[in-house]
Write a protein that binds this ligand. Sequence first.
Ligand SMILES: [Zn+2]
Length: 226
Amino acid sequence: MNAADDLDTITERWAALAEAAGTRPVTGWPPVMGVALILNAEQREEHAAERADTAPDAPGPRPVPVDVDVLDVMRTIEDGLCTTADWLASRVQRPPLGAATGRGWSDDVHRQALLLAAKDGADPRRWSYRGERTAPAAAEWLALRVRAAAGPFRALDVGELEAVAKVAAMGAALIARALGEERRRVPVPHPCPTCGGQLLVEGGDGQPPVVRCEDCGRAWKDRTAA
Ligand SMILES: [Zn+2]
């Protein structure tokens, strides 16, 4: 993934992230299937009983409706992108043209110079330090700079490109993790039926999950997943 792709990912996934922050934490991990596949009937009943205990009407503390982790991720990405845009703009964005005013000049050239200076200063392609300081706005602006889009800017040097790429990669990775799209490995609280070793369930990235024994290497796949 290059910096521009990572920035596009951030822009495209931001709405999904906001949705995740406003609703419940991403669940469905680890996949129930992984455990259910290797349990015998008796264990399966126990497991069902355990899950029944966590029914929505069960007594006990309720989960908070806002996912604090996702909000933290959003704040981190937004701060990082806006700070990077401020820093990059201070380096590569040409200051607005100035025009001498207030001496009573009213000739055509002076009038045109004033108009040009005002237009240049208000160029919407400029990063506005006091403008919309959101992650998508900053990501879009940075992606245009990385792609060397036209405007009152000079080309980015290698160090600037690397700095933007680093922030973009971090943001894209944080989003993937927050949305539960990263492949993860979680221990399964049941011994391997073959050797009694430690089982791990792998998945969460959209690929079919796999249960694998760390010790003998035996693996189980979810046959119900297409
Ligand atoms: Zn094993």
